[in-house]
Structure formats: C-alpha cells, structure tokens
Design a protein around this ligand. Structure first.
Ligand SMILES: O=P(O)(O)O[C@H]1O[C@H](CO)[C@@H](O)[C@H]1O
Ligand SMILES: [Mn+2]
Ligand SMILES: [Mn+2]
Length: 412
C-alpha cells in the first residue's frame, strides 16, 4: 500500500533563493529570522509564547538541516534527524512568489509564463476594467483601487463600504485582485458571485487570483476578516500531479484552500476548516480515509495570512510551535508504504519590510515507515516534490522535476 501526505505550511520559507535579489528579497529568511528573533527574546509576547523557537518535531525531521542546505546557516543545536527522515531545500523556478505558482510547482507544474500584475499607482486598475467591474458586477462603484494590506484597507474604507455598498477592491505585488466586502451588509454569497464576475473580467489580463475577503464588524477599529475567504484561481495550464492521480482513479483529498488554488481541477474532495488547528484535525481525518494510491494535500494558511503578512514574529512563532506540537499525531498515523512531506509555497518573512511574500527556498522534510531517509540536498525546483510523490504512488514520470525517491528509499 502506498499513500502520500503533502502538508504545506503556507509561507514557511527558509531563505537562500538564488534569485531573491530580482524580487527585492535578497536576505529574506522566514524561518531563520523567526528563529533568530526568538533566540534574542524578540519573539516573546505575554500570554502567548516566550524564548527560543521550540519546534522539536520538525527538527527531528531535519528542518535545521534543510535550512543549512538553503543558506549555510546553522539553526538549532546540531539535532540529528531521526532515522527515516529526509531533508533538503528547494528553489522555485516559477515566475512570481505567490501561492498558485508555489503550489502548482509543488504539484510538478512550474509556471513558465508571466502573470499579470497591477501597478502600484492610484488607481491601480485600468479604467476599462473598473468600468466593467461596476457595470457587470452591478455595484454603485468601487473603493480602494490601490495596493494595500487587507487589514488596513478595511479600516480605511469599511464604514464607507457599509454606507455606499461599494466593494473594496485592492491588490499587492502578487497577481491578485482582492475584494473585501461586509458579510451581512453586502452579503457573503453576493460577494462570491461578484468575485466570479470579476474573475471572468481579469482572465484576459492573466491575473492569478481573485480573492473574496469577507469581514464583519460595524465600525473602524472593530472590523475583522472572517475565515470565509475564497480564492478564484485560473486553472493550471497543463495537467498537475493532481490531474494525473485522479485520471487513473486515485483520490486527491484537498484540505484547506488547496481546492481553490487548483481551480478544483484534479480534486476528489474538499475539506475546509477555520484556522490551522481545525485544519490539522481535517488533515488527520483525511489521513484515516485515504486509501492505496491516494494523496492528501493540505494547506495551512494561517502562517501566511495571520502572521507573515501582518509581520507578526511572535504570532508566527507561536503558530509554528502549535503546529509542531500536533505533528506527532500525524506521524502516529503513518503506516508501511506511507510518505509524509512537509513543505511550503514561498516565504513571508515577518521581519522583512512591507507586508508582501518573500522569494525564498522552501523546506522539503518528511518521513515514512518504509523509507530510509537521508539528505536530498538542494533541489533545483519544487517540482521534485511532485515527481517524488508521483513515483511513490506509482505514476509514470512527468515532464517537470526529478524524483528524489531513490535517495529516500525503495517502494514499500
Ligand atoms: O494583506 P492581505 O489582504 O492579507 O493580502 C495578502 O494576501 C494575498 C494572497 O496571499 C497577497 O497577495 C497579499 O496581498
Ligand atoms: Mn501561500
Ligand atoms: Mn499570502
């Protein structure tokens, strides 16, 4: 029996990307800078956490070794990975440093085309697009129309939005058009429908995602985004690992926003939950339900949304520690023939300037009872992860990436 479990800690980069400079991110290191900040007492927050970053279970899978592979920096106290663990660092070849590029490349489909982006000007959107959004979306106008962090822009425009019914449209350095609207005053379903209209309108501009960002609260200071966020991505341009698996009849169970990221292509089932811990419960349940040849693909988004973009070191550290504490539950579910990989889709260094993602290498760590583990070294593309899963699950080789299955062990 062979099963695979792919857990993406959204934005948990480990630095060292060869092309970071091109993204203005030379030196960014999500894990490294969190670990250093915590070691120096800059990750303390009363009632939340204190002291050095404590992620012993990820260290036993080789996280510190993976970080060393990425940057040459020693993080941790020389802990040795456990016997069947494997560890390495992967570089992204896709253009962009956003979630779809990262996940598609993990699923063995690097993004070779350029996404469309909106300039950091006011207005950010071309006038024809804005007019079409208003006309076809049947709204009295739009607010924002600029680059902005999502929490700030609802502070700024939330009350006017409630008063006027104009949705708040904004973007970032990523290929996104985000739409914030009030869950009850504007309506959640109406926001989703509105996003679908906008999705169609930005297709010709090659925009990666339209993202619904619902919020609640009655006035500035009291607004809060909810977990009903929804991503409307373009479908991947070629078959991904997920398509290859479902085409031969295997199940792909998507936990969290994975389904949205792949525009629901190659997905058998979606399981969502609010927050990393509830998501972890869903991932564990999916591990129980997966059968021979199946993949559980889980995304843990809080690291990115709640802490990376918010530049919250203590929050990010606490979230890593909470995740790490749950890891033994997943490890206990592994049976002969199983492969578990923990990885990330890009960086989001909470000590970095601005509020955007950071171009970084990602950790590739994992284990399985039938595997021998070892150092998989630096990997030239995230696609090596997808090809390793493909080989493990008995698929024919794909067009991108190189499996490291031979290094970590034979088929069980
Ligand atoms: O500031 P918020 O709304 O969280 O936006 C962030 O979320 C988007 C998707 O990850 C990124 O492009 C970034 O702009
Ligand atoms: Mn992401
Ligand atoms: Mn993000």
């Amino acid at each position: 029996m062979a099963r695979a479990f792919l857990f993406v800690l959204d934005s948990f980069g480990i630095g060292g990307a060869a092309d970071a400079e091109r993204y203005g991110d030379a030196g960014a290191n999500t894990f490294g800078h969190i670990a250093m900040a915590c070691a120096e007492g800059r990750g303390d927050r009363a009632g939340l956490r204190k002291g050095p970053l404590a992620v012993p279970n990820m260290f036993s899978l080789g996280l510190a070794r993976a970080a060393e592979t990425a940057t040459g920096l020693k993080l941790g106290n020389g802990e040795l990975p456990q016997a069947a663990a494997f560890h390495g660092a992967a570089q992204e070849v896709s253009s962009g440093k956003d979630t779809p590029s990262g996940h598609w490349e993990i699923a063995a489909l690097p993004v070779r085309f350029d996404w469309g982006y909106f300039p950091d000007t006011v207005p950010a959107f071309p006038a024809e697009l804005t007019e079409a959004i208003i006309r076809e979306g049947k709204v009295p106008g739009i607010l924002g129309n600029c680059h902005a962090p999502g929490t700030e822009i609802i502070e700024r425009f939330g009350e006017e939005h409630i008063r006027t019914g104009k949705p708040i449209c904004y973007t970032s350095v990523d290929s996104v058009l985000q739409i914030a609207a009030h869950e009850t005053h504007f309506g959640l379903q109406r926001l989703y429908e509105f996003c679908k209209v906008v999705r169609r309108l930005v297709d010709p501009l090659n925009i990666g995602r339209v993202i619904a960002r619902p919020f609640i609260g009655e006035n500035a200071g009291g607004f809060e985004r909810t977990h009903n966020r929804r991503d409307y991505a373009v479908p991947p341009p070629e078959p991904t690992l997920l398509d290859r698996l479902t085409a031969r009849g295997s199940q792909v169970i998507a936990v969290g926003k994975i389904g949205d990221i792949f525009a629901h292509r190659g997905i058998s089932e979606v399981r969502k939950a609010a927050g990393n811990m509830a998501m972890f419960d869903q991932a564990l349940g999916a591990m129980d339900d997966a059968g021979d040849g199946d993949l559980v693909f889980a995304n843990f988004v809080d690291f990115d949304t709640e802490f990376g973009h918010r530049r919250d070191v203590a929050g990010y550290a606490a979230a890593l520690e909470a995740f790490d504490r749950r890891l033994p539950e997943a490890l206990a579910k592994l049976k002969q023939g199983d492969l578990l990989i923990l990885t990330a889709d890009h960086g989001n260094d909470p000590t970095w300037r601005g509020t955007d993602h950071t171009r970084e290498c990602i950790p590739v760590i994992g284990t399985g009872p039938g595997l021998k583990g070892g150092d998989i070294g630096p990997r030239a593309t995230f696609a090596d992860i997808g090809e390793t899963v493909a080989e493990h699950l008995g698929l024919a080789r794909g067009r991108h990436g190189t499996s490291f299955h031979a290094t970590i062990g034979a088929h069980a």
